[in-house]
Design a protein around this ligand. Structure first.
Ligand code: MTE
Length: 320
């Protein structure tokens, strides 16, 4: 598996973010142009660019496109109606309904800390400045369910380079929006809001680390973290923080929401590792949403070739 196959970069301008019903046709076109790699080939039953068909797009997509391992994409419906977003509710199937009116415009992200050029970006600046690409990634939740998701977005490294990190910057801290009026779950005082996450600077600068702005060729819906979320595909899903408003470069390992609540259960690294059990359940296998039965969990969620070198000096069992 080459990193080229994984990245499948499909540059798309924000002005061209596709309505869902033409998503497949655009993919066909890009395939014909040789822009999408073999792993994303469409099944022969998919409509061609010349003869668009009024068939339900989610069904087609689910059977037509795959990740680089050949696993089919989850449907738009699955990806947008089975969510973890504790700012709204702990009930995965109610997030979409509770988040549907969440206001995501205007939106600003402050990037600051140990950098030469701190800057606050409006969402529009980000969409204009950084070409949007499609990335098909597996998402493996620490709760042992998983999905295959076609994100749109841009590399976090491109954004960080803009602010010129200082050599003293060793970690990146991310913070989600705080808005209890719109996010009923934030009235739950048990959780140390706002949601926070962190990466080492090497992880943050890795090519696979994505700032997602969309999925299935559409703008990100609120339940998936609109308008801007992190996606770190080799780590458990809780690292992929939603609705980001602050990105701070620092020289110490930051606290995270989950490691504050339960440090023995949710470590800072949280790399997908089938050999290290969660204290309350095994991580050896997972339930792919839309499939029956379980499948083995892959080391680093199948991205070992790309990321294992980041951890060559640490004992992965100790750095859960
Ligand atoms: N980000 C915030 N702000 N709040 C959350 O509750 N949940 C995390 C992560 N990001 C969460 C979050 C968890 S546990 C997972 S598995 C993923 O988002 C789920 O992303 P999805 O709903 O898009 O599948």
């Amino acid at each position: 598996m080459s990193s080229k196959a994984l990245l499948k970069s499909v540059p798309v301008k924000s002005s061209e973010i596709t309505p869902e019903h033409v998503y497949l046709n655009r993919r066909q076109f890009l395939k014909a142009m040789g822009i999408i790699g073999a792993g994303t080939f469409l099944a022969s039953c998919a409509p061609s660019a010349q003869s668009p068909q009024p068939t339900a797009p989610e069904d087609l997509k689910a059977s037509a496109a795959t990740d680089e391992l050949g696993d089919p994409l989850n449907t738009y419906e699955e990806i947008t109606h089975y969510n973890n977003y504790y700012e709204f509710t702990t009930d995965k199937r109610d997030v979409a309904m509770l988040a549907k009116d969440f206001i995501t415009s205007p939106w600003q992200v402050k990037v600051y800390g140990l950098v030469n050029k701190p800057k606050t970006f409006g969402l529009e600046d980000l969409l204009q400045q950084f070409p949007q690409e499609e990335r098909i990634y597996r998402l493996r939740c620490v709760e042992a369910w998983s999905m295959v998701i076609p994100w749109m977005g841009f590399s976090l490294s491109a954004l960080l380079k803009e602010v010129e990190p200082l050599s003293a910057a060793k970690y990146v801290r991310f913070e989600s929006v705080m808005n209890p009026d719109q996010m009923p779950g934030q009235k739950q005082k048990f959780y140390p809001w706002p949601y926070q996450e962190g990466l080492t600077i090497e992880e943050a600068m890795h090519d696979l680390t994505l700032m997602a702005t969309g999925l299935y060729g559409k703008m990100l819906p609120p339940q998936n973290g609109a308008p801007l979320r992190l996606v770190v595909p080799w780590k458990y899903g809780f690292k992929s923080i939603k609705a980001i408003v602050k990105i701070e470069l620092i020289d110490y390992e930051p606290n995270t929401l989950w490691s504050t609540i339960a440090p023995n259960e949710y470590g800072f690294y949280a790399n997908v590792n089938p050999q290290v059990s969660h204290p309350r359940w095994s991580q050896a296998s997972e339930r792919r949403i839309g499939e029956s039965g379980r499948r083995p969990t892959l080391m680093f969620n199948g991205y070992a070739e790309q990321v294992a070198h980041l951890y060559k000096d640490i004992n992965l069992k100790d750095f859960y």
